[in-house]
Structure formats: C-alpha cells, structure tokens
Design a protein around this ligand. Structure first.
Ligand code: ATP
Ligand code: MG
Length: 260
C-alpha cells in the first residue's frame, strides 16, 4: 500500500488535536495498517525517566505501530512551552520546512498512514515569516479540522476553513470534539457547522464525546483507556476518513457560506 497521510489542524490550541490523533492512529492500526504519528514542532518538555519529553510526542509514539523511535516522531523538540517561534528562538533553532518533509518522507517509506499533528492553530507562527500553514503546505496533505466545542468555535472553525482553502490545501473533513461537558447548545453548534462546512464540501467525520477527566489513550489504566477508545471509534467514520486521505488534492467548491 502506498503511504498516505493527514494533517490535523485545530480551531485553537487545546481543542483535542492530540486526543483525536491518538484515536485515529489506534483505529487505523487495528485495521492492520502500519501507522505513525508525526509532530513537526513540539514546544514544552518535562524531564521524565532521565530524558526530556513532550506529552504530544509521547501520545503519538504510544499510538504508533509498529513501535516508533521518539526522535523520528518529532524533528523539532523544543523546551519552552510557548508559541513555536518563541520556543525555537530561545533554543537558537530555525524551523525549516524541508526538515519536516524529510521526517515525513522517512516515515512514509515504511508506514501505510501518517497522522501529522500541527501545533496550536492554523496560523501559529514558527518563525518571524512562517506559520504552521507553511508546514502543512510543504507536506501537501489533506487537512482534518478538529473543532473543540466551546463558545467561539463557530467563528474559529470558519476562519480556519477559509485559511486552509486559501493556502490551496484540501480541507477534507472535520471532527466535533467535546472538550467542555458543560457547554450548552452543543447540538445546535454542530448542526450549524454541518451546514456551513457542508456547503463548502467539507463533511463531518465524527463527533467525539467527552471522555471524562484524565482519560486518554495513553492512560496506564488500560481498561478505562480501552473503553474510552472503543466509544470514540464508534463515533468516527474511519472508512471515509482513510479513503479521503488517499483522494487527490483539489478544492471541491469555492469558499463562501450559502444558505441552503
Ligand atoms: N473528547 C475529550 N474528552 C475528554 N477530554 C478531552 C477530549 N478532547 C481533549 N481532551 C482533553 O483536553 C486537553 C487538550 O486536548 P489535546 O491535548 O488533545 O489538545 P491539542 O489541540 O492537541 O492541544 P495542543 O495545541 O497543546 O497540541 C487534554 O487534557 C485532553 O486530554
Ligand atoms: Mg496536541
């Protein structure tokens, strides 16, 4: 099978890109695919078991199969928990897109499917001149938008959709992710996005429920994590998602929201 991949963008930082990426990798791995996660830039490390590590990279590595060396999952592991451009400057590092595409290429040579997790939101800066969008464009992958359900997410979702399409990449689908169990009108928010993004030819591939505090796929409480994963998989349209990853890059419809 030729390797394909998907770029995971979010409406903001902390909206569930890692949560979704881990579940996608595990779900694809269960289907017999050789999968790997790639975090091009990870900002913020802690010293654990004698080495510096980043939670997002750990989660992607844990969900990759066959096992993946940490260094291969993240070409830019930066200490400072800040915007990538600040963390890079503090480390004296210049983030270069060819380094990221080379890391992707090395993984693609031996895996069937790669999940690339962006940092922050679509336009998060990686230098004075470039943003995460430049990394996504360099990779040329279809984009999956994770919408973290909270007040303001409709605006953030539509702005991100416009920016992705303006970059020339295909916004292939979106996932609604419950990050605030107390949010009112979740259904009405999802319904509005179903129509607005649907009008742009962007389907929803899932609605991930609130999994509970402290529950994630890397949790050592295996049964609970397993249950969480099973519930999440039921809420994901993996067949469509994997086949959309393989479809050629092309904009489906011009940008703009038209009432039905
Ligand atoms: N559906 C969910 N149910 C419960 N908790 C969730 C859910 N989605 C995300 N979370 C939690 O919300 C927090 C932020 O999620 P996550 O780290 O996946 O966001 P992110 O978009 O990857 O953030 P970053 O920009 O830092 O990479 C985490 O503690 C995560 O476990
Ligand atoms: Mg993350």
């Amino acid at each position: 099978m030729t390797c394909t991949g998907i770029f995971i963008a979010g409406t903001d930082t902390g909206v569930g890109k890692s949560h979704v990426s881990s579940h996608l990798l595990r779900a694809a791995s269960r289907r017999g695919l050789r999968v790997a996660g790639l975090k091009p830039v990870a900002a913020g490390t802690t010293f654990v078991d004698g080495r510096w590590q980043n939670d997002d990279v750990e989660a992607l590595v844990a969900a990759s199969h066959p096992p993946l060396d940490r260094a291969r999952a993240c070409p830019y592991l930066l200490a400072e928990p800040a915007s990538p451009h600040i963390a890079a400057a503090m480390a004296g590092v210049v983030i270069e897109t060819p380094v990221v595409t080379a890391a992707y290429g090395a993984l693609a040579a031996e895996r069937d499917w790669i999940v690339v997790e962006g940092s922050g939101g679509w336009s998060a800066p990686i230098s004075t001149r470039q943003t995460m969008a430049d990394i996504a464009v360099a990779l040329g992958l279809p984009v999956l938008l994770v919408v973290g359900l909270r007040l303001g997410c409709l605006n953030h979702a539509m702005l991100t959709a416009a920016a992705v399409r303006a970059s020339g990449l295909r916004l292939a689908g979106w996932i609604a992710n419950e990050i605030d169990p107390a949010m009112p009108h979740k259904g009405a928010n999802i319904a509005w996005l179903d129509q607005a993004l649907g009008n742009l030819g962007v389907p929803r591939w899932g609605h991930l429920p609130w999994a509970g505090d402290g529950i994630d796929p890397t949790d050592s409480r295996a049964r609970t994590a397993e249950e969480s994963h099973a519930a999440t998989c039921e809420a994901l349209d993996m067949e469509t998602l994997l086949s959309a990853s393989r479809a050629p890059q092309a904009l489906a419809k011009p940008i703009g929201i038209k009432p039905k």
